[in-house]
Design a protein around this ligand. Structure first.
Ligand code: ADP
Ligand code: ASP
Ligand code: MG
Length: 411
């Protein structure tokens, strides 16, 4: 007997038939004698629609009300999944974040989980009941509903697995594992049987949506065994195929130099033109952005010829209106000429722990992109990653070219 957290993403609960399929999959684990807690996302497309309602009404909306709106998608699917389980004779009930309670900090829209009281859920599971938890949501210090950032149900599931001392956290999605890159844009992508926490963390943080970054961070810290698998393959009751296990680096025997490639179209580029080149200028730009809750990713500053310089950086695309508003408030104190913004960009990243010991990864990347006439706008690197910003139109071309260049294509 094991204690398992089973998380089902948006496409896995997209309609009533799929919810019935999820219930049957859960029942199989229950019938096998396991204690199961379920975490569900909203039906696919629902969260996007809810976000759009908020932004259409007001681009700079109140983040607390945004959370009140977007958290509703998961409430619907948790209730429906509980009903579907009951229809199969499984004792089940739905749980909203606040009912558990799953407590978060007050960063509405991208809250972090602070604590989960697992006691009640453990007692229910031990008495044979299946808790069906609404993913993506919690309750903040202001006693209001919070959400965990897009893709946050993965993090709900891993955090719950830690709080419930579960043996595994199974993430059911619409692909049967983690691939060398997004299999939807590179048909030659290869499925990985195992991936190291660190590599998964880096891939997630640069755009591989298959797991939310924080879920990997948490799994690594709390030693949660995470497996990614498909809810569609196999006998119609979910995958019988092995998925991808996220493991410690030393469990991986053959380490490739580059193990994965990711892209993100979720960033926007901002250039602040002609800022005075003096000490404190970076703090004057990035301090207010950070205070305004805007995360900055890649940064380049040019040398100055005439005492002024251009500062280029990227922010989350959704944060662009807020970032522009914050900077425009600072125009007097910073003294820049203008702000240029470009959302038609994509960040392409190559990731691999083998980079620590092998040179030439970046130059291979630059050369492959140059051979295809793709211009690089910004570059950033870390110990196990190289990222470049390019025009969004070239995303697929760039990812495919790099996948081939690093020898990742399947035969
Ligand atoms: P869910 O709704 O189940 O959470 P997501 O859409 O968030 O599913 O994540 C699954 C998607 O992640 C896949 O459909 C795939 O297009 C995308 N993806 C991106 N990079 C990868 C990768 N390296 N391996 C597998 N899937 C990836
Ligand atoms: N429904 C939320 C989203 O679309 C959370 C999730 O699916 O993980 O971002
Ligand atoms: Mg997801």
């Amino acid at each position: 007997m094991a204690r398992i957290v089973m998380k089902f993403g948006g496409t896995s609960v997209a309609d009533l038939d799929r919810i019935k399929n999820v219930a049957a999959r859960v029942k199989r684990e229950v019938d096998a004698g396991n204690e199961v807690a379920v975490v569900v996302s909203a039906m696919s497309g629902v969260t996007n629609q809810l976000v759009k309602y908020c932004t259409d009404l007001s681009p700079l909306h109140d983040a607390r009300e945004y959370d009140a709106v977007v958290a509703t998608g998961e409430q619907v699917t948790s209730g429906l999944t509980a009903i579907a389980l009951q229809n199969l004779g499984v004792d089940a009930r739905s749980w909203s974040g606040w009912q558990i309670p799953l407590k978060t900090d007050g960063a509405h829209g991208k809250a972090r989980i602070e604590s989960i009281d697992g006691a009640t859920l453990i007692a229910r599971m031990q008495s044979g009941q299946v808790p069906v938890v609404a993913g993506f949501q919690g309750i903040g210090p202001d006693n209001r509903v919070t959400t965990l950032g897009r893709g946050g149900s993965d993090t709900s599931a891993v955090a719950l697995a830690a709080a419930l001392q579960a043996d595994r956290c199974d993430i059911y999605t619409d692909v049967d594992g983690v691939y060398t890159t997004d299999p939807r844009i590179v048909p030659k992508a290869r499925k990985l049987a195992k991936i190291a926490y660190e590599e998964m963390l880096e891939l997630a943080s640069v755009g591989a949506k298959v797991l939310q970054t924080r879920s990997v961070e948490l799994a690594m810290k709390q030693r949660v065994r995470v497996q990614v698998l498909s809810s569609f393959e196999g006998n119609g009751l979910g995958s019988d195929l092995p998925g991808t296990m996220v493991v410690d680096e030393d469990e991986i025997v053959e380490q490739a130099i580059v193990s994965g490639i990711a892209y993100s179209r979720d960033e926007a580029k901002i250039t602040v033109r002609r800022v005075p080149d003096r000490p404190g200028i970076a703090a004057a730009i990035f301090g207010p952005l950070s205070d305004g809750g805007v995360n900055v990713d890649m940064i380049v500053q040019n040398v100055s010829a005439d005492g002024t310089t251009d500062m280029t950086f990227t922010v989350g695309r959704a944060d662009l209106p807020r970032a522009k508003a914050v900077l425009n408030e600072q125009i007097g104190s910073i003294g820049f000429a203008e702000i240029l913004a470009d959302s038609d960009v994509a960040k392409i990243s190559v990731v691999g722990t083998g980079m620590r010991s092998h040179a030439g990864v970046a130059s291979t990347m630059f050369k492959s992109l140059a051979d295809r006439g793709i211009n690089i706008q910004v570059i950033s690197t870390s110990e196990i990653k190289v990222s470049v910003l390019i025009a969004a139109d070239y995303t697929e071309l760039a990812v495919r070219a790099l996948h081939t260049a690093y020898g990742l294509d399947s035969e």
